[in-house]
Design a protein around this ligand. Structure first.
Ligand SMILES: NC(=O)c1ccc[n+]([C@@H]2O[C@H](COP(=O)([O-])OP(=O)(O)OC[C@H]3O[C@@H](n4cnc5c(N)ncnc54)[C@H](O)[C@@H]3O)[C@@H](O)[C@H]2O)c1
Length: 266
């Protein structure tokens, strides 16, 4: 386990799914946790799980697409806990019931505003707080395997995640010399609210499992394990990159389709 004893970690989108998984893992590893989201009951449950680890939890409502909200969140974190060592820009949404040709300006702006602009606001405010305190730090942004792929039905999601993958490279250059690293994590298919629609359809769930070389859909603990490594001291030389906890699905997505075509032809 990474040793995060005495550190303070902030996670946006921490009311559920991957965000909750990372908040709890950071607490297990010894960090106090700042929990930010727009879902207040969900945040309270995450706080309960953090406190169960005998760590302090600060719950703060924050819409990451608002710069004022994000700046207030970072100020609250540093004034409440006196330091900020790890910041994870995790909050995200995916558009549905649309596609490249029908997407409205509002649908595009919502996904980009939360998934890309929200990540920028979070990384920027956290980076400035870390620079001011002069102890280095860890900036982490949650991208996706969709940073590598396209999807006719989720063009803003894919564009936002590709943007996050690029954005961390710029922050890595801006703050690396100050002992602050900035990396992205690109999960594959993980069991959360976001993928519920896919998993509720047995044929789609089977297809996802078949196309994932390890043979199962991931769990938030799989994302949290990578986050714990990147957040820890052992990862001091990891900067400006993306790590994919994806069961190998991006290693050769065509191979599952090839196998299915061969089986169908037999
Ligand atoms: N589940 C997957 O398979 C998967 C794969 C790759 C990447 N991701 C990424 O993981 C991150 C977390 O998603 P998840 O799968 O845990 O889904 P989730 O829906 O369980 O969690 C998303 C969280 O973000 C919060 N949120 C939404 N809009 C917000 C806003 N404007 N401000 C603050 N919080 C907001 C939601 O309330 C929710 O708690 C996202 O960035 C998502 O794109 C998920």
């Amino acid at each position: 386990m990474a040793n995060l004893q005495g550190k303070v970690a902030l996670v946006t989108g921490a009311a559920s799914g991957n965000g909750r998984g990372m908040a709890v893992r950071f607490a297990e590893d010894g960090a106090d946790v700042v929990i930010a989201d727009i879902d207040e009951p969900g945040m309270e449950e995450t706080a309960r799980l953090v406190r169960q680890q005998e760590r302090r939890a600060l719950v703060r409502r924050c819409d990451v697409s608002s710069k004022a909200d994000v700046d207030a969140l970072i100020s609250a974190a540093t004034s409440e806990f006196g330091r900020l060592d790890i910041a994870v820009a995790n909050a995200g949404v995916v558009e549905s019931e649309t596609d490249c040709l029908r997407m409205t300006e509002e649908q595009w702006a919502r996904t980009i505003g939360i998934n890309l602009t929200g990540v920028f606001f979070t990384l920027q405010a956290a980076a400035n707080a870390m620079i001011e305190q002069g102890r280095g730090g860890r900036l982490i942004a949650i991208a996706s395997i969709m940073a590598e792929w396209g999807s006719a039905g989720a063009p803003a999601y894919c564009a936002s995640k590709g943007g996050v993958k690029q954005l961390v490279k710029s922050f890595a250059q801006a703050v690396g010399h100050l002992g602050i690293t900035c990396n992205a994590i690109g999960p594959g298919f993980i069991t959360t609210q976001m993928t519920r629609g896919m998993r509720d359809n047995p044929a789609v769930e089977r297809m996802l499992i078949d196309r994932t070389p390890v043979g199962y859909i991931g769990d938030p603990v799989d994302v949290a394990a990578v986050a714990a490594f990147v957040a820890g001291d052992d990862a001091r030389f990891v900067n400006g990159t993306i790590i994919f906890p994806d069961g190998g699905i991006t290693a050769g997505n065509y191979s599952g389709a090839m196998r299915e075509a061969r089986e169908a032809a037999q």
